[in-house]
Design a protein around this ligand. Structure first.
Ligand code: SF4
Length: 628
């Protein structure tokens, strides 16, 4: 196996060095498996050496569509290793610099005062530390500034990672944007990167063309087949909003208004009518034919053309519209489109410029409103415009006012300052909030969640127990009305089993640093559960010189899952029981499955017990002892 080339950038000493890793001679415990040492597994290996580092890795499938870079760090929100997968041009640039990973090491105590550029090609890589007082603090503004200054105005000539003002304030919900639109989001990546650099510009100077020659043609046939549902103008992730929040039969499963109700009238903004009327184009990651990122534009004063592109994905729409109850003034298409434009200007643009995770901000503001209305959060902790408790939900102006306060260094209001650190900070500052806020904090492994199917039950569960929560709500099965214990004990083993199958598959996707949307081409029926029986992935890996078999891949995936959970345990994670979930989870679930919250909690304990049983077996198989 070839060596991995690592660029280590020492932030405190403003120096750098090249290192290599020989996969045949890794420093590791005997039971650890790094037989695929790319993407997430390379990031994990590097973080084991030094958990303070901030790591960017790539996968091996060069010139393959649907590649991403992997950003790895210890999340300041959860305390455990976190990996984000970002697109844009980042993969291409890491590769064409001749690198397998860029590692920031030796952090400063506070925000770095420089940004970093990397150019050239191994071994002649050049790294510069640039102090630039004119670098804007807005995440979008910083991107355009650097395109102009470092890439001569040609955005495609490199890849740019930027922070927003939230990172300058030290907010834990700060993210990292790549090419302004693609985010390494929900683990607090920006709160970690800020101590190494204000931005990163990768600029290899190489312009490789897409060259699929020799790749099995089946890859492209399946990308077209499975990608079309994402690529058409009225498609993409945002359609989940309409499908789960405005069901014609009223069987909504999308929790809205801080999960106090299911369904939301404005969920139709995820429907075909509004999408066809507002979308202006689509973009995608370099070399990917799916181009699944649909955008509309907004007038701005920081971009050279006077407009900027904004993606309309599920997460931002859910976090802002459904969570905060924002409605159009009239039930007409025109009024809804006017509302969308106003929200863009007054809410999305400030959030984008702050570079804070939109889910964290939306969920935290929704929880704040509830805390105020229940007198848990004292009025002295919030500005006067929030004192009228009944009129907070639904107001665009109030959200805008909160975002303006978050922008200032004057943190006069304790509850507003908490929002910058995400919903968990509210639960920490006001312990009575603990039961009414979805967080991505203590005991969780992943993102602040939404639940959007009848399998609503699995989404909150996945945040606490899943290595890859995004896929878990798709697990098949159903909870019947008023289920008894025997029915659930029969159902849950297969649920957990499928959950693990999905996790193994996601491990392969992430260790090859691919896009989850594209990687499903390697599964049977595109379902994202088991590798396809025609061994397409094995054939593609062979094309890249990686000889393996289906069995070896699955063994690696299982082993890697076990060692990842073990690593998280070493960082303090232990599987919680249902008592440690916010009670709001059960209230929301209760609405979806017509079962009292207390009963839902008992069901959750059954599900957790099954997870522990199966997880213990898997860990034991690979030499890890599970202490539960
Ligand atoms: S499917 Fe979409 S997100 Fe995935 S690589 Fe292609 S353009 Fe990027």
């Amino acid at each position: 196996m070839s060596k991995r080339f690592i660029l280590k950038i020492d932030a405190a000493n403003r120096s750098f060095r090249l290192e290599d890793i020989d996969p045949a001679n890794l420093q590791k415990d005997a039971q650890e498996d790094y037989s695929i040492l790319w993407g997430e597994s390379l990031a994990q290996y590097l973080l084991r050496q030094n958990p303070d580092d901030f790591v960017i890795t790539r996968g091996p499938l060069t010139r393959f569509p649907a590649n991403k870079s992997t950003v790895g760090y210890i999340s300041p929100l959860t305390g455990v290793p976190h990996y984000s997968f970002v697109g844009g041009n980042s993969f291409r640039e890491v590769w064409s610099l001749g690198l397998d990973a860029v590692v920031f090491t030796n952090p400063l105590d506070d925000m770095a005062e420089h940004y970093v550029t990397v150019s050239g090609h191994v071994p002649d890589v050049q790294v510069q530390f640039i102090s630039d007082e004119s670098l804007p603090r807005g995440q979008r503004s910083a991107y355009y500034h650097l395109v102009s200054k470092e890439l001569d105005g040609h955005a495609l000539w490199g890849s740019i990672f930027t922070l927003g003002s939230g990172a300058y304030h030290g907010y834990l919900s700060a993210n990292v944007a790549v090419e302004a639109m693609y985010h390494a989001g929900r683990g607090g990546a920006g709160a970690v990167m800020r101590k190494f650099t204000r931005a990163l510009v990768l600029h290899s100077g190489k312009r490789y063309a897409f060259d699929p020659e020799g790749l099995p043609s089946e890859v492209f046939r399946r990308l077209e087949k499975y990608g079309s549902r994402l690529g058409c103008k009225d498609a993409g992730t945002i359609i989940k909003l309409a499908a789960t929040g405005k069901d014609p039969a009223g069987k909504n499963t999308l929790p809205a208004w801080n999960a106090t109700q299911l369904g939301y009238p404005m969920a139709e903004i995820g429907g075909a009518e509004i999408l066809l009327a507002t979308r202006e184009g689509k973009a995608g990651c370099y070399w990917c034919p799916v181009t699944c990122r649909h955008y509309h534009t907004m007038p701005v004063d920081y971009a050279p053309d006077g407009v900027d592109l904004f993606l309309d994905d599920f997460e931002p729409a859910y976090a802002v519209y459904a969570m905060l109850g924002i409605m159009a003034q009239k039930d007409t298409e025109g009024a809804k489109i006017r509302m969308l434009k106003e929200v863009d200007r007054k809410i999305f643009l400030p959030i984008e410029q702050s570079g804070c995770d939109v889910m964290d901000i939306g969920i935290a503001i929704a929880a704040l409103y509830e805390g105020i209305s229940k007198d848990i959060i004292p009025l002295s902790d919030v500005p006067e415009f929030l004192h009228n408790k009944e009129s907070n939900f639904g107001s665009i102006e109030k959200v805008h006012g909160i975002l303006e306060l978050l922008e200032t260094d004057d943190h006069e209001y304790r509850a507003i300052r908490c929002l910058g650190d995400g919903p968990q900070a509210l639960a920490d500052a006001y312990p009575e909030m603990r039961d009414s806020v979805f967080t991505c904090g203590a005991k969780t492994l992943g993102n602040a969640g939404h639940c959007n199917k009848l399998w609503t039950f699995l989404m909150p569960f996945s945040r606490f127990f899943s290595h890859y929560s995004a896929q878990i709500y798709k697990v098949s099965g159903n909870i019947p009305e008023n289920p008894d214990q025997d029915t659930l004990q029969e159902l849950f083993p297969s649920v957990i089993d499928e959950m693990f199958q999905r996790e193994y598959f996601s491990i392969l996707c992430n260790t090859l640093s691919c896009c989850a949307f594209g990687f499903i081409i390697f599964t049977e029926g595109g379902a994202g559960v088991e590798l396809s029986h025609d061994d397409l992935l094995v054939k593609v890996l062979r094309f890249y010189g990686i000889e393996t078999t289906r069995e070896e891949l699955m063994r690696f995936a299982q082993n890697f899952w076990a060692q990842s959970i073990d690593l998280k345990i070493k960082h303090g994670w232990q599987p919680p029981d249902a008592d440690q979930f916010p009670y709001r989870v059960f209230e929301a679930v209760s609405q979806a499955i017509s079962h009292p919250p207390e009963k839902c909690k008992e069901m959750m304990d059954l599900l957790i017990a099954e997870w522990k049983r199966q997880a213990k077996q898997i860990m034991s198989k690979y030499g890890y002892e599970a202490q539960w």
